[in-house]
Design a protein around this ligand. Structure first.
Ligand SMILES: [Zn+2]
Length: 341
């Protein structure tokens, strides 16, 4: 059999460049999408032994398909009142997109089927795992007793208790994360949320979560008038909504809180080139003496370093940083690893 080694070398180089390109995109995707990407890459690589010139084209197609899938999935969830969450994988996405595309299923039934999927996926074990991850974070430690009871109430089907206990925690961590001092009005909260949920990457759910938060959680409310949201923080906490206590609302609140807290992995002080783990003494000291919110927040080591920051030698050691980088490649958008002790 004749082999053209020059051509083979060129094609392998092309394939390696392509892998490098997609490796850069990997940290921005969620775990489900990564798995799908790796599966497709293996299949594509196998076929590329025969048609190796097409590798780059195939991977471009795969990436575009996954991007479209992720985008459609998050938009459908918004339509049916669910916040997208990183734990859901590509199979869930496809199932939900197929449901929405079906002409035989009525909208109410689609809504019920989506609810069932979420409720069965986020079972007691998965919710407890979430709590374990929160508990490992020093900066959340003062809230853990509250969060533990929220989870306990959720598991024990006490949804009238879990929902109003969870919703204010979102504002609480935003205030902590940005070192806010004084009253936080609606504009402040809205501005912080926009700053926090600012990842414009094609695989990020930030913009949909932002829409979700404004449309449903921060929905306006006046006593005696129709409540225009199933999860209005104002309507629930001011006692206007008396029918919010459902398993669905409780799970939505848990997932939303999880998404927000995950965004606050690391922070950088103004005019410095260093980033710190939330809870580092340097950050705590700064927060105690500054009333102006000038912290830059990062949800991963990679995001901070992409912004030109170096790690703090006090709260992050080099081997931990390398491990965290590795973890963020495997489980992007999550910082639940070595550094959260
Ligand atoms: Zn530090």
């Amino acid at each position: 059999m004749y082999f053209n080694y020059d051509e083979l070398y060129k094609s392998l180089k092309l394939a390696m460049d392509s892998i490098g390109k997609y490796r850069e995109a990997l940290p921005e995707m969620n775990k489900g999408l990564q798995d799908a990407m790796v599966d497709k890459a293996i299949t594509s690589a196998t076929s590329s032994v025969v048609k190796y010139f097409d590798f780059n084209k195939i991977m471009d197609g795969v990436s575009k398909t996954l991007e479209d899938t992720s985008h459609k999935f998050s938009k459908i969830l918004l339509l049916y009142g669910w916040p997208p969450h990183q734990e859901m994988n590509i199979n869930h996405m496809i199932e939900i997109i197929d449901l929405q595309g079906s002409s035989e299923i009525k909208k109410d039934s689609i809504s019920e089927l989506i609810n069932s999927k979420f409720l069965s996926f986020y079972n007691e074990k998965r919710i407890n795992k979430m709590l374990t991850s929160w508990s490992s974070k020093e900066w959340l430690s003062k809230r853990i007793p509250i969060l533990r009871e929220c989870v306990k109430a959720h598991i024990n089907e006490m949804y009238f208790v879990s929902v109003p206990a969870l919703l204010p925690q979102i504002e609480g961590i935003i205030a902590d994360g940005y070192s806010h001092k004084g009253k936080m009005n609606g504009t402040d909260l809205s501005d912080y949320s926009k700053r926090l949920l600012n990842n414009a990457n094609r695989f990020s759910y930030d913009s949909v979560i932002q829409d979700y938060f404004f449309q449903f959680v921060l929905a306006t409310f006046e006593h005696g008038k129709t409540i225009n949201s199933f999860l209005s923080r104002h309507a629930i906490l001011h006692g206007g909504d008396c029918s919010y206590g459902t398993e669905v609302n409780s799970l939505k609140s848990l997932l939303l809180f999880d998404y927000f807290q995950d965004k606050f992995g690391f922070a950088s002080l103004p005019n410095t080139r260093v980033y710190h783990k939330q809870g580092c003494g340097v950050i705590t000291k700064f927060k105690a003496s500054h009333s102006v919110d000038t912290l830059t927040i990062y949800n991963s080591v990679q995001q901070a370093e992409k912004d030109g920051k170096s790690h703090c030698g006090y709260c992050i050691n080099e081997s931990d940083r390398k491990l965290e980088t590795l973890i963020s490649v495997v489980t992007p958008n999550k910082t639940n690893g070595i550094l959260n002790s």
